[in-house]
Design a protein around this ligand. Structure first.
Ligand SMILES: [Zn+2]
Length: 399
């Protein structure tokens, strides 16, 4: 009878690797999951994750809640049995749908159309669990955290987040007002990363402004899904110059802008399809590019014609520099001087993570989405009353 009132948590994957996360929260008669991601290439366990009641067998799941649209959080969703409802923030879902349509040519199944939409702050009752989506701040826009309440217990699962984005102040306020938590499950991506200092998004935007002023032709190499970053870049294009993207990127930006406060919206973004490149060559431009053949040809052309006036801004995690297509793109720049690295991480720094835990003071703490081992996690400065629970993939934790 004792167990009946308990809430259980199982980290199916992600307890000791970055990405590929999938977390179950359940009571005796309710079972939900938060995220169902694919492992990042070369990072941790790459094997296929099958879960009874979720991907095979009799349906035994009441809902899957997604924190954001990055593949390491949503990549395995197409394998979920079709009668199980999947929830996601409304703008994030629209973005994911456009991304999937774009990838359709590669044979990927488009599944986001069936995903139910959530609004930050509006709770969903799933039998005896109350799930409240909370607006977060990450390099994927409109990301959510979830507060899950049931059996008299309160659990926060953060997804990916940071305190150095544009919504840092709001997020700090959210943490202060959360109230007592029985368990906090947080990401810990940066615990094993060397640099403890992270630039913030405002710094990146200021740097973009300087670069766009100095060079006539500026290419921004970043992820097409980091739409807030591309919007920031567009805001720094000087008067008289063009801001160019391709049609796919334009679609994503339109969805982003429709649900964004004015100061963070994009500015005068045009797509390159209308022969604009000729006009823009005269007046100068900033252009968001990806490392594909189409953009490589454009970048190559401008570096060859205008080596002094052209600049490529690398605005992604440094680890991606080893990807063959990115390497190729960077190799097009004739001079190191014309490649600028301007980036802010999507993940909370170790110091901010300690600060967040100190603010919340959860009774129990699990750190997942991390490559850190027990020794590294043990070095974190934690509040005296917080019990650090060392989770393992597949192990049941009862509250
Ligand atoms: Zn992410």
């Amino acid at each position: 009878m004792e167990n009946f009132k308990k809430i259980k948590v199982i980290l199916h994957r992600g307890s000791n690797q970055i990405g590929g996360v999938c977390t179950e929260i359940a009571t005796a008669n309710t079972r939900i999951f938060v995220d169902f991601g694919s492992p990042l290439e070369g990072e941790g366990d790459q094997s296929r994750l099958d879960i009874d009641g979720l991907t095979f067998g009799a349906v035994g799941c009441d809902g899957v809640f997604l924190t954001h649209y990055h593949g390491d959080h949503v990549g395995e969703i197409p394998r979920i049995m079709s009668s199980i409802p999947v929830y996601m923030e409304s703008t994030a879902r629209k973005i994911l749908e456009v991304q999937q349509e774009h990838k359709k040519s590669l044979g990927q199944i488009v599944w986001a159309t069936g995903v139910k939409e959530l609004i930050g702050g509006e709770p969903v009752i799933v039998k005896d669990l109350n799930v409240t989506p909370i607006k977060s701040d990450h390099s994927a826009c409109n990301s959510l955290m979830y507060l899950v309440e049931g059996c008299g217990k309160r659990i926060l699962i953060t997804g990916d987040y940071r305190l150095h984005g544009y919504y840092a102040e709001e997020l700090v306020k959210t943490f202060k007002n959360l109230g007592k938590l029985d368990l906090m499950i947080t990401e810990g991506t940066t615990i094993t990363r060397d640099s403890c200092y992270s630039h913030d998004e405002k710094w990146v935007e200021q740097e973009f402004a300087k670069i766009n002023k100095k060079y006539k032709y500026v290419f921004l190499l970043t992820s097409s899904s980091n739409i807030g970053r591309i919007a920031a870049f567009s805001r720094t294009i000087p008067e008289g110059k063009y801001m160019l993207v391709d049609q796919y990127q334009e679609k994503l930006i339109k969805i982003y802008d429709a649900d964004q406060v004015e100061r963070l919206q994009s500015c005068k973004v045009l797509h390159t399809g209308n022969n604009l490149i000729k006009k823009a060559e005269k007046l100068g431009f900033g252009m968001a590019v990806r490392a594909n053949d189409h953009f490589q040809r454009i970048v190559k052309n401008f570096f060859e014609k205008y080596p002094e006036k052209t600049c490529l801004v690398y605005s992604m995690w440094s680890g991606y520099k080893d990807c063959p297509s990115i390497k190729k793109m960077l190799a097009l720049c004739p001079d190191e001087e014309n490649v600028k690295i301007r980036h802010a991480s999507g993940h909370v720094t170790k110091e901010d993570l300690e600060q967040v835990i100190e603010t919340i003071k959860p009774a129990k703490l699990i750190i997942h989405h991390t490559a850190a081992d027990k020794r590294n996690i043990g070095k974190l400065i934690l509040p005296g009353d917080t019990e650090l629970v060392c989770a393992e993939d597949g192990r049941l934790i009862a509250l």
